[in-house]
Design a protein around this ligand. Structure first.
Ligand code: APR
Length: 234
């Protein structure tokens, strides 16, 4: 086994071929919405209806029977099983809030930016699964004064989930693979540096090279290059 402890980071690019828009490509989500309006606590306080509409549309897309994990999601799930069966360690950290990794069968997944199909109380942080539209009328049951529930999404200016576990894994990894992310949003954009400084080999699989400093890179559509790369690793 060439690499024992593998950490993978994914971004919107791995879900693009499943039909989910990325953020910064042409016609991406940030071309049609201002981040400060729909992806910050201040935006939610200012106009909750706009924020609910933005996430309700994206959550509804996950229920579309045409939306499926693509070959890249499936290859990652298969590789994880095979690698663990040989005694290897594997962690998938995703910036994506869709559920395609989980639907593909990935098990060790950290959804560091939250999940579209979860909502939470803004005061206690208690979260729950939620598949339908969320409105300002949907209130929590955990507070004495019921609070309007919010999407369980990590907004700009908020701390991503399970960062300690992410950094621990990156510092122990001997292989770090970044897939389908532009590397423009921290702390995820800094993961390659943490891994490299801890001695890991670093690989970028993306449509095109980004600013990240990787030891190796393969470029093209994820559904093609991810299965190809992982089959060489197995
Ligand atoms: N195959 C591989 N890579 C692709 C594909 C594809 N089919 N399509 C697009 N890409 C690449 C793009 O070249 C780009 O580098 O995926 C990357 C997508 O970048 P972004 O749209 O910036 O998405 P991401 O990196 O996931 O954004 C990070 O920013 O807005 C926040 O919270 C949001 O999690 C998101 C974070």
């Amino acid at each position: 086994m060439r690499f024992h402890h593998i950490v993978v980071l994914t971004g919107a690019g791995i879900s693009a071929e499943s039909g989910i828009k990325t953020f910064r490509d042409h016609n991406g989500l940030w071309e049609n919405h201002r981040i400060e309006d729909v992806a910050t606590p201040e935006g939610f306080a200012r106009d909750p209806a706009l924020v609910h509409q933005f996430y309700n549309q994206r959550r509804a897309q996950l229920l579309d029977p045409k939306l499926k994990p693509n070959a890249a999601h499936l290859a990652l799930a298969r590789f994880e099983q095979q690698h663990k069966a040989k005694g290897g360690r594997f962690l998938l950290i995703s910036q994506n809030v869709d559920n395609l990794h989980q639907r593909a069968g990935s098990e060790s997944v950290i959804a560091m930016h939250g999940q579209l199909q979860k909502i939470k109380c803004p005061v206690t942080g208690k979260n729950q699964s939620w598949l339908k539209d969320l409105t300002a009328a949907d209130l929590c049951h955990c507070c004495k004064t019921a609070q309007p529930l919010r999407p369980d999404i990590v907004w700009f200016g908020e701390m991503p989930y399970q960062m300690d576990e992410c950094v621990d894994a990156l510092m122990q990894a001997d292989l770090f693979i970044s897939i389908g992310t532009s590397g423009q949003v921290y702390p995820a954009a800094g993961f390659v540096q943490i891994a490299a400084e801890s001695g890991a080999h670093t690989v970028e699989l993306n449509m095109e090279p980004t600013r990240g400093d990787f030891a190796e890179g393969y470029y093209g559509p994820a559904a093609k290059i991810v299965p190809a790369y992982l089959s060489k690793l197995s």
